[in-house]
Design a protein around this ligand. Structure first.
Ligand SMILES: Nc1nc2c(ncn2[C@@H]2O[C@H](COP(=O)(O)OP(=O)(O)O)[C@@H](O)[C@H]2O)c(=O)[nH]1
Ligand SMILES: [Mg+2]
Length: 327
């Protein structure tokens, strides 16, 4: 076990912060650290919080974090904001709003911006989750803007997924992406102080009643006014009920499997991505692309050639420190 890994397991904040930076960068050092930490992860209660921008996700996560802290439990928060890859403005806003919670040693918050590359975001998030889990945080809240495949992938890592809506934001039920609806374990109608909250709740209930065959878990609909911390205890009770359902039905183990699958998938994609980046600089690659342009080769055949070559990626590429020779 590396000193960094030991620091994380001991819950040292500086070690956790450094580990998150290592994981964020990806590559061999990240893979090595995640390998050390994986056996120690898997105990955290992971709650995904998704929904359109402005519905109050950050405010709600802050309120939830304070509520579980009040019970003496520790919280990690991961805020993903792909809408602000450069400016960091929204992230700063999140941080300021979450200041209440982050002043406290039992809370650790990390913001991740989009990598601007398919899967990059979820790769970083899966690793970040693992670090906070291994560090012993009892709860981890992951906030994402519910759009795109990588958000759905992130939500696969959560045990309980909250889909947050707010009345009058134009995001009525019809507008919600089907994929997002399917992953909801609990619907939160936030900004219940605003006009139209009743209608949103009614529409959600009507939609849930339409399901021909009742699922083993029927998503609950909870109203909150996150900004006044209203309804947060009711929401926590619903999260606990969902956890009880997962435990009783043996579904908790499935989540651990999904997490392992995600980590393997991300490690494989990361290694292939790095390999391809090096390969595009090689003369052989140039020749293959020329052949595609001339029509003597087709793209799929060249892709198969690439994968055959990549099949020889030595272990070093996955983090044992051995330098991989140029393709
Ligand atoms: N009226 C009202 N405003 C809220 C409530 N919760 C959050 N807000 C406000 O909605 C805005 C967006 O909140 P934020 O948490 O950043 O939303 P996010 O983009 O989903 O993370 C902020 O100005 C919040 O103060 C609520 O329950 N009622
Ligand atoms: Mg937010």
């Amino acid at each position: 076990m590396s000193p960094l890994g030991e620091g994380v397991l001991a819950g040292q904040r500086r070690a956790i912060a450094r580990a998150l930076t290592v994981v964020d960068r990806g590559g061999g050092a990240a893979a090595e650290l995640l390998r050390e930490l994986f056996p120690h992860a898997g105990r955290a209660r992971v709650v995904g919080v998704t929904g359109a921008p402005g519905v109050g996700k950050s405010t709600l996560v802050d309120a939830l974090a304070l509520a579980v802290r009040a019970r003496g439990e520790t919280v990690g928060i991961i805020a993903v904001d792909p809408s602000s890859p450069f400016s960091g403005g929204a992230i700063l806003g999140d941080r300021i709003r979450m200041q209440d919670a982050t002043m406290d040693a039992g809370v650790f918050m990390r913001s991740l911006a989009s990598r601007g590359q398919t899967g990059g975001l979820s790769r970083a998030t899966a690793g970040t989750l693992e670090v906070l889990d291994a560090a012993g945080f009892q709860w981890i809240f992951v906030e994402t803007v519910g759009a795109g495949q990588s958000e759905i992938e992130i939500m696969e890592l959560a045990q309980t997924v909250l889909v947050v809506l707010a009345p009058g934001l134009g995001d009525d039920i019809q507008a919600i992406k089907a994929g997002i609806l399917e992953i909801a374990d609990i619907f939160v109608v936030n900004k219940a102080d605003r006009e139209g909250a009743d209608r949103t709740v009614r529409e959600l209930e009507a939609m849930l009643n339409l399901v021909a065959e009742p699922p083993p878990w029927r998503p609950e609909v909870v109203r909150t006014v996150a900004q006044d911390r209203q309804g947060v205890d009711t929401l926590l009770a619903a999260i606990e009920r969902h956890h009880g359902f997962l435990t009783a039905s043996g579904r908790l183990g499935e989540r651990r499997r999904r997490q392992a699958e995600a980590l393997v998938r991300h490690a494989a994609l990361d290694a292939l991505d790095r390999y391809l980046r090096r390969m595009v600089a090689s003369p052989e690659w140039r020749a293959q692309i020329d052949a595609v342009i001339e029509g003597t080769e087709d793209a799929a055949t060249v892709a198969r050639w690439v994968l055959r070559r990549a099949g020889g990626i030595p272990a070093g590429q996955f983090g044992d420190g051995v330098q991989h020779p140029d393709p």
